[in-house]
Design a protein around this ligand. Structure first.
Ligand code: ADP
Ligand code: ZN
Length: 709
């Protein structure tokens, strides 16, 4: 292999100095090592896992230009802008550029001026482009969204098939293929079609631990539930609300807007201009809620989407995972929320039934919907079930889905199910759910009398449940396949084979009990926990917005929420301290450091909790001269506990390392940290007692300060 390193930098140096991040995540470093040693890689990482750094860091380390192939043309400009703010030389070529602009980029490529060049696949495959690349030094090829090569997947792109040419034409250039969709079949197909059989496969699994999953029953008030969810937990946040139809999209967007929220519609039936404009606002402004059909999302790469809500049922777990996956790409907590009801089940089944696909295809689609319904009705951990569906096992329940947080009650529904099924049978399998429920409740109704159903044995035998409870039960029976809805018979409910054992009493049924009201108390997701510093947080965001508008880039390109949240929490007082914040690399420090620091400093003046004198700094300096805490205390004529407070502040600000401050083994520190984490109130006193007074308060304070790092 003919890769050459251009610098004597290491991957971790680049990560810290250019990107401003402290450490690599999961397999990032291993992937980077593989590429810079000249090998190929197939990287399977969930959305938000950090795939881009896997090729961006090698691009900076290796001689030549890295070629990044991506189908997401709309994103290229923002991606390239984001890289430039990190001080990286990047450009893109796609159909949005005119001939002159293309020429200019090509000249920069020829001049060896580019670290990274993003190209659309169809552009790359033009013979002109390929022969240009023949003459240049190419450091690597990164094939983003590699699943687009799979003909069975949902995002198939014919141009991707031709990418195997790269291997033949540039055999010595390392290739890295990346995707977040990677079931076994797709993976095999990627390897085969891109000739990646020599590639090392890096698989980080599918889990998105920062996403909370919640699925609610629609009790006829989904819209209000949604509003409550947004107002209670996500006021001012960016979010996506998915609806099934265009009409519903328009209605919901208007309704939310009427409630004072910044909600915009997005669907294929709108004029191009308006749609573009809405997407643009979603990307650039803070706190926009986009209400959309599932057409929205592909190619949306906004990292700070705090919630994704579904007012309809996705067609499959794959769809659900992908759509909810647009939340929380930045790794900060994000919520997903869905409301579903009987009508969703009927509508989706009907759509599938009416589709013109082959029988085999329809059957597979039917199974996928069944699996999705199973996920809705399940009473155990939703994440475990979802990961299992994708072939990942997760040992323990996740603790971050609705079923884990408020375990649903279940009940023995056998007898009720027998009544419900029997009622379908007695009335001739010709009626819909509403009618069946009326019969069970013994309602005085003209239609029932007309059909003589007030004389059947199930008439009025169901008064132990109410209207809603029976509807829920029917939904569950349909969702679990004991009953089915016949579309040729205008939505009438029919028995399936599976109903027989239940009717005969051979099978017992345990079902999820319907929630009487949705007062479940769940965590409030915010980018950061400390509400005390709301004012600073808002000022920093405001400043970011202004900068972003000036430069015509989305706000997150300047700094992510996570970075602003850390600034808010730690309140750095010097540029050096600011540079320790994750996401503040050298180039951004130079461009924005002063102005953000000014805001923090003027805020600190008003904050009594910030130590404004240099006393902390003085202690830190003495510590750096290798004085022990006791020696510092003696020298400064201060109490030992004050010195420990200074040291813990230094740890908190990222200036000191806990292992340098305390004369304890790393393991011992870890144990104390875990006691803090397990401790409910997180108070020093509780931890002190838990550890039987073995460690002084000063020591514990330092450990506590290290927890955020
Ligand atoms: P993906 O392409 O896998 O969806 P990205 O590459 O866009 O994910 O990364 C998601 C987010 O995580 C980005 O905002 C990125 O800057 C951030 N990130 C990636 N790796 C790290 C890391 N090692 N430390 C901190 N942040 C990281
Ligand atoms: Zn769970």
């Amino acid at each position: 292999m003919s890769v050459e390193l251009v610098t004597n930098q290491t991957p971790i140096n680049i990560l810290q100095s250019v990107f401003g991040y402290k450490s690599f995540r999961n397999q990032q470093e291993a992937v980077i090592e593989q590429i810079i040693s000249g090998g190929d890689a197939l990287v399977l990482m969930p959305t938000g896992g950090g795939k881009s750094l896997c090729y961006q860091v090698p691009a900076l380390l290796l001689d030549g230009t890295a070629i990044v192939i991506s189908p997401l043309i709309a994103l290229m400009q923002d991606q390239v802008m984001a890289l430039r703010l990190f001080g990286i030389k990047a450009a893109f070529i796609n159909s949005s550029l005119n001939a002159e602009e293309v020429n200019e980029v090509e000249n920069r490529l020829i001049g060896g001026e580019l670290d990274l060049l993003y190209v659309a696949p169809e552009r790359l495959m033009m013979s002109r482009m390929l022969s240009l690349l023949d003459q240049e030094k190419i450091s690597l090829f990164a094939i983003d969204e590699a699943h687009c090569v799979s003909q069975w997947g949902h995002d198939f792109r014919p141009e991707y098939i031709q990418l195997s040419v790269l291997h033949e034409r540039f055999p010595s250039v390392p290739r890295i293929a990346l995707t977040a969709t990677a079931d076994e079949t797709t993976r095999t197909e990627i390897i085969q079609r891109l000739a990646l059989d020599q590639a090392r496969v890096f698989n980080d699994g599918f889990d998105r631990p920062n996403i909370q999953y919640r699925i609610n029953e629609n009790q006829g008030n989904a819209r209000e539930q949604l509003l409550r969810f947004i107002l209670n937990e996500h006021e001012g946040d960016t979010g996506i609300v998915y609806c099934l139809s265009r009409k519903r999209v328009d209605q919901i967007a208007q309704w939310l807007e009427g409630k004072g929220l910044k909600a915009l519609a997005y669907h294929a039936g709108m004029s191009n201009d308006v749609r573009q404009h809405h997407q643009e606002r979603f990307l650039r402004e803070e706190g926009v809620i986009i209400v959309a059909t599932i057409a929205f999302g592909m190619g949306i790469d906004k990292p700070d989407v705090r919630f994704v809500a579904h007012l309809n049922l996705p067609k499959s777990i794959e769809g659900y995972y992908q759509e909810t996956g647009r939340a929380g790409r930045d790794g900060l907590p994000a919520n997903t929320w869905m409301s579903y009801g009987l009508q969703d089940v009927i509508t989706l089944r009907q759509m599938q039934h009416g589709s013109t696909g082959e029988e085999n295809y329809k059957r597979i689609e039917g199974h996928k919907l069944d699996a999705m319904l199973g996920l809705c009705e399940i009473t155990t951990c939703r994440r475990q079930a979802m990961l299992r569906y994708f072939g990942d096992e997760m040992g323990e329940p996740c603790g971050n889905c609705d079923n884990c947080i408020t375990p649903p009650q279940t009940w023995d529904a056998t007898e009720a199910a027998q009544k419900a099924i029997s009622c379908v049978h007695r009335t001739g399998q010709r009626f819909g759910v509403k009618y069946l429920v009326d019969v069970l409740l013994g309602k005085d109704d003209d239609r029932i009398i007309q059909f003589d159903h007030h004389r059947v044995s199930t008439f009025g035998i169901g008064t132990e449940l109410d209207n809603k409870e029976w509807s829920t039960l029917y939904r569950q029976l349909i969702a679990s396949g004991f009953l089915r809805v016949d579309f040729e018979g205008h939505g009438s409910v029919k028995l399936t084979e599976a109903a027989r054992p239940v009717l005969k009493g051979e099978q017992r049924l345990t079902l999820r009990r319907m929630l009487k009201s949705s007062k479940t108390k769940l965590r409030k997701t915010r980018a950061f926990a400390a509400t005390a510093n709301n004012a600073l947080w808002e000022s920093l965001r405001q400043h970011r917005t202004e900068l972003a508008e000036d430069q015509g880039v989305p706000a997150y390109v300047i700094f992510h929420d996570a970075t602003l949240a850390e600034m808010t929490e730690r309140q750095p007082q010097t540029l050096k301290q600011l540079s320790n914040i994750s996401g503040v690399g050298e180039s951004k420090l130079e461009a924005y450091g002063e102005s953000f620091l000014d805001i923090i400093l003027s805020h600190s003046k008003a904050d009594p909790f910030i130590d404004k004198s240099d006393t902390v700094q003085e202690t830190i300096e003495l510590h750096n001269q290798k004085l022990s805490p006791q020696e510092i205390a003696d020298k400064r004529e201060m109490t030992l506990s004050t010195i420990y407070k200074h040291l813990s502040r230094g740890i908190e600000m990222g200036e000191l390392k806990i292992t340098d401050v305390l004369a304890l083994e790393e393991n011992e520190i870890k144990i104390i940290q875990s006691v803090f984490e397990d401790c409910e109130d997180g108070k020093l006193k509780s931890v002190y007692e838990e550890l039987n007074g073995e460690y002084d308060y000063g020591v514990l304070g330092c450990v506590k300060a290290s927890l955020g790092n």
